[in-house]
Design a protein around this ligand. Structure first.
Ligand code: ASP
Length: 330
């Protein structure tokens, strides 16, 4: 009885919040942050990126519009970007130093604080689905490499050859980096994907998927599969997905820190994301974050020259962008 009353109260709160803001549901996504400028991207490239971001946005929107859950919306949206060769996730992900692709992904459910993550995945087409299975079908939160593959097979995922993920563009990027023998073997090509959604029931979910850093080695793991660094969701505050130089995000406990500022200091989501980006800048890191709070307020903050990003809300409000706000808005 008590439980039912609590659920009723929760629903009432969600309905009254959405009545205040007029937002029944909302979805925000990113396709990576990095060095991007109008000059360095041809109009055709911009069009191609915007078209895939738009497609992903509308897939998520239709899930939410038809009464689907935020977790379904996040996973389906991210799958579109994983399947697109343009982003550093799934097909088209960056290469490791050894010339293979190793993928990381995570999801988090803001209602239950349930989470699932995988790292070093070499043979699953959509690592975001595997992360969700870890959350829903295993007793664990985080699986790595061979174990993750074994779990995937047990869950009925059909393995794909590692060559499925390879694209000529990423291969040339690796060759270029190898030629330059970059410091610590790390590259600077971003393109991770992420999504946060708020559904009609007042629940929030977040997810992130990536190939990691270009030319990575020694089994390096970034922030994307680490709950509290690259991904975090809590109905009490909001949901967050990050992109950028993962080592800095891990050190800051980036997304959990944003949630803590909102929870303990009652800070607004945009302010909290801006402050966290300032901390990142002070530490010498680069990247961005997207977030969504329980009222459907969106944050999209970054300290790079660009971040592929967009959002859509139940009332039809929509935004797509690549560069700093001053450069373009779609
Ligand atoms: N954050 C990712 C990582 O460090 C890379 C990125 O977002 O571009 O693995």
């Amino acid at each position: 009885m008590k439980k039912r009353f609590l659920v009723f109260l929760q629903l009432l709160l969600a309905v009254s919040l959405s009545a205040q803001t007029g937002t029944k549901y909302a979805l925000v996504l990113h396709g990576g942050a990095g060095v991007m400028s109008q000059k360095s991207m041809t109009p055709e490239m911009q069009k191609a990126y915007l078209s895939d971001l738009n497609r992903a946005l509308h897939v998520g929107d239709s899930v939410l519009a038809s009464g689907g859950t935020c977790m379904d919306a996040v996973v389906r949206t991210i799958m579109v970007m994983e399947d697109s060769p343009l982003f550093n996730a799934g097909k088209g992900a960056v290469f490791t130093h050894e010339g293979t692709v190793e993928l990381d992904a995570s999801v988090m459910d803001g209602k239950t604080l349930g989470a699932g993550a995988v790292t070093g995945v070499t043979d699953v087409r959509n690592p975001i689905m595997l992360a969700r299975s870890v959350m829903e079908k295993s007793k664990h939160v985080f699986l790595t490499g061979k174990g993750a593959s074994q779990f995937a097979v047990e869950q009925g995922f059909k393995p794909v050859p590692n060559s499925y993920f390879h694209t000529e563009k990423r291969y040339q990027q690796l060759q270029e980096l190898l030629r330059k023998e970059r410091e610590a073997g790390q590259g600077d090509k971003h393109g991770t994907v992420g999504c946060v959604a708020l559904d009609r029931y007042g629940n929030i979910a977040a997810g992130t998927s990536t190939g990691g850093m270009n030319n990575k080695r020694y089994g390096r793991v970034g922030d994307a599969p680490i709950i509290g660094a690259g991904t975090y969701a809590n109905n009490a505050t909001g949901g967050f997905s990050c992109t950028g130089h993962g080592e800095y995000y891990i050190r800051l406990g980036f997304s959990r820190d944003i949630s803590a500022m909102m929870e303990y200091q009652k800070m607004d989501i945009q302010k909290a994301c801006q402050l966290e980006i300032e901390k990142l800048t002070k530490l010498g890191g680069t990247g961005g974050v997207i977030g969504l709070d329980k009222a459907g307020k969106v944050a999209m903050e970054f300290n790079t020259s660009g971040m592929f990003r967009g959002y859509i809300k139940s009332g039809g409000e929509k935004y797509l962008g690549i560069f700093q706000r001053s450069e373009t808005q779609h």
